[in-house]
Design a protein around this ligand. Structure first.
Ligand code: CA
Length: 425
């Protein structure tokens, strides 16, 4: 016996469920047991209203929801859900025979599977499923009850049925007939619709108009379920009350959320890429600035700096290395001009080499003038110039050239021969 239990639910969350839902069950005002059971495990929602007296009703309803929860399909499937209800029926009958609960105990079942815009319901008894669609309440299931039969036959109005002494008589329930078949409903619903599943403790105590009003008014599904139970209790609470409210998010909404997730991942990727590019560029720039060098003028002398000349947005990217003894005003005018802007080279070593060239050029120019004009091959630099002072006596010159190891490439075979002869001499 589990008489102390008034709340029964199987908390179970299936992967990918995005439905917003709420539920509440209450013993009501007159009963001493809550014989209702429920399962809230999206996409599966079940309400079972047990009967049989002496706590047997809750045994029946609990067996039913447990078996259905175990055997329900992963996704809405009328055939598999119907099979689960039939197995639940057999389990209730078996339990009564084995002495669990009582002989003759039974239960209603309204089992719904809601996924995206697809709703499948298996129905036995007088618990109900309603849909709020575009603000209008519609009853989705047909009761298996004496009242429903009489209303259909035109013998009663729904209002008369509400207070009829035989209003609790149901014509189909789990627990008596091994060949029981549930009614199966397959319905397309839309985003924004709202599904309500309830025991007759709600539908018998609260009018459809009031239910519709509350479903429209209370946005949060949990608060809405709770409010509906409050209304049943406020109206007398003659029976146990169980309510499940589930909002239809729909595939469109699910798709939108999935897209939003994908967009977030994409943005994160782009940001990461951007950071990587910036970091890579910064690293490349730093490496370049660490190795590159340039020559410029510093107090009339040629100076060597690391990095690059000029500045960007107020930042300087150069580092002073040293000032040489090479006076700028003794360099060729073109070179002096270029020094103003900075002469960029690949490394400090290259800068030192260039300074060496300047020194040699100046040294060459400081030697007695008068002969350099005859030679057109200025490009050979200081080495060529150095060879030439003794040019009046060609035979002496090669000796000094050989000693310097700076025999110009243009030197003729004669000069090379002369060098050998000079060495020998
Ligand atoms: Ca009931």
């Amino acid at each position: 016996m589990a008489a102390e239990r008034s709340y029964k639910s199987t908390p179970r969350t299936r992967k990918g469920a995005i439905t917003a839902f709420g539920s509440r069950t209450d013993i009501g005002c007159l009963r001493d047991h809550n014989e209702d059971s429920l399962v809230v495990a999206p996409p599966l929602f079940v309400v079972a209203d047990g009967m049989g007296g002496h706590a047997a009703g809750e045994v029946a309803s609990e067996i039913a929801v447990d078996v259905i929860a175990a055997l329900a399909p992963e996704h809405p499937d009328g055939e598999v859900l119907a099979h689960a209800v039939q197995e639940a029926n057999r389990a209730v009958i078996r339990a009564a025979r084995e002495g669990r609960g009582r002989e003759g105990m039974g239960t209603t079942v309204t089992a719904a599977m809601l996924e995206g815009e697809r709703l499948v319901i298996a129905q036995v008894g007088d618990s109900r499923a309603y849909l709020l669609h575009q603000g209008k309440l519609q009853q989705l299931t047909r009761d298996h009850s004496l009242m429903a039969d009489m209303i259909e036959a035109g013998q009663l109005t729904p209002e008369e049925a509400r207070t009829h002494p035989q209003r609790s008589v149901i014509t189909r329930a789990l627990g008596s007939d091994l060949r029981l078949q549930p009614d199966i409903y397959e319905i397309n619903v839309e985003a924004g619709d709202r599904l309500l599943i309830c025991s007759d403790g709600l539908s018998g105590m609260v009018s459809d108009e009031e239910i519709e009003h509350t479903l429209r008014r209370v946005q949060d599904p949990q608060r809405c379920a709770s409010q509906l139970v409050n209304e049943a209790i406020a109206n007398g609470g003659h029976d146990n009350v169980t309510v499940i409210v589930s909002d239809v998010a729909g595939f469109a909404e699910a798709r939108r959320k999935k897209m939003a997730r994908k967009t977030k991942v994409f943005i994160a990727f782009v940001l990461l890429l951007f950071v990587a590019i910036v970091a890579g560029t910064a690293w490349g720039a730093k490496t370049y600035l660490d190795t590159a060098a340039f020559l410029t003028e510093d107090d009339g002398k040629v100076a060597i700096y690391r990095g690059m000349p000029g500045s960007l947005l107020g930042f300087s990217f150069s580092r002073y290395e040293r000032t040489t003894d090479v006076p700028v005003d003794q360099l060729q005018p073109g070179v002096a001009n270029r020094l103003q802007a900075g002469i960029r080279v690949d490394s400090v070593a290259d800068a030192e080499a260039l300074v060496e060239e300047y020194e040699e050029e100046i040294a060459a120019r400081e030697t007695p003038p008068g002969t350099s004009g005859e030679e057109t091959d200025d490009k050979e630099g200081g080495a060529g110039a150095k060879d030439e002072p003794a040019n009046t006596d060609a035979k002496d010159a090669p000796a000094s050239a050989g000693a310097d190891g700076l025999v110009p490439a243009s030197t003729s075979n004669d000069a090379a021969n002369a060098s050998e002869r000079g060495d020998v001499a």
